[in-house]
Design a protein around this ligand. Structure first.
Ligand code: ATP
Ligand code: ZN
Length: 291
């Protein structure tokens, strides 16, 4: 039994695709805790928060029923469970799609042709909503796993399953027909918790840290020195939305430039800046950007 001690309880996936990114996000927010997937419950040392490790499917309902105040879970699961929870942040990981595919050799070429066909899925609620919205009548066959095998076993004519964005479901000889839902990991909250002033204050502190950390994601801070005359040239090379900060140095005619840049280009950019007259170029990671 977990004491109702006024501390926030956040549920994350115990072991699976969302676990590592969920832990990284909480740690990037400065939260210190030991996480063992065997133990249900990990208290945080430096924040009034406890981490609960659960199956992802259970998270929406546990948050709805206030077993946990917060949860990190895929939108796909929140939607399928129809949980009455508040989504308070999208988290930029766990991207995937729920899509309908048919066997490569199937005669089904369009969504309309799914009418009166059998579709296997572990997302019956979401699929039925979709079929209704399309005015289609199809038989929904609910399976809890290995959905992709259903056509081969002649249990279904099509499947509705989760795939990663960008990849196609060709692996099992399937041809994608349409996307029912796109999803990523979200932070959900219990509605009553959001009305509790003490807990709301903790959630707001956490949200500022989460957004600060998400803002910093994929970015580096770059500093360099250069002759003032080189600045127009350097500005053209620096790939930043905002123009760089330029500060005069004690050295006559020299300036320092500071800028936030995308991390995937910093080596290329550094080489070009050096050629264009910059020196003492320093690139450092960013922990957070609070606007
Ligand atoms: P659990 O044991 O917690 O029930 P699971 O096997 O149901 O785990 P995972 O496969 O770990 O769940 O997926 C967790 C979530 O990761 C999915 O609900 C979805 O939001 C997201 N996800 C991202 N990419 C994929 C993918 N390619 N396949 C399945 N899920 C994905
Ligand atoms: Zn699951």
């Amino acid at each position: 039994m977990i004491a109702n001690n006024g501390r926030l309880k956040i549920a994350i996936q115990k072991s699976g695709r969302l676990t590592e990114d969920s832990l990284s996000l909480l740690r990037a927010c400065g939260l210190e805790f030991e996480f063992q997937k065997q133990s249900l419950y990990s208290p945080c040392r430096n924040f009034d928060l406890d981490v609960l490790a659960l199956r992802d499917d259970d998270i929406p309902e546990y948050v709805q029923d206030a077993v946990a105040d917060l949860g990190i879970v895929g939108e796909n699961i929140v939607r399928e469970k129809g949980a009455r929870v508040e989504t308070i942040s999208v988290l930029g990981f766990g991207e995937c799609r729920l899509s309908i595919s048919v066997p490569q050799r199937s005669s089904i070429r369009s969504v309309k042709q799914l009418n009166r066909k059998r579709i296997a899925t572990s997302y019956p609620t979401t699929l039925k909503q979709y079929l209704r919205s399309q005015g289609l009548k199809a038989e929904v066959i609910e399976l809890s796993g290995a959905v992709e095998l259903a056509p081969t076993l002649d249990v279904a004519d099509a499947i509705c399953d989760i795939v990663s964005t960008g990849t196609t479901a060709r692996v099992n000889g399937l041809r994608p027909l349409t996307t029912v839902l796109t999803s990523e990991a979200v932070l959900v909250a219990n509605r009553a918790t959001l009305r509790n002033p003490k807990k709301k204050q903790l959630i707001d502190r956490l949200l500022i840290r989460i957004s600060g950390s998400l803002q910093a994601h994929g970015k580096r801070y770059m500093m360099m020195n250069a002759p003032a005359t080189a600045v127009p040239r350097l500005k053209k090379i620096i790939p930043s939305l905002k123009s760089p900060t330029v500060v005069p140095l004690a050295d006559e005619g020299m300036v320092a430039l500071h800028s936030v840049i995308p991390e995937d280009v910093f080596w290329d950019v550094m080489e070009k800046l050096k050629k264009a007259g910059a020196s003492d170029i320093v690139v450092v990671p960013i922990e957070a950007i609070i606007r």
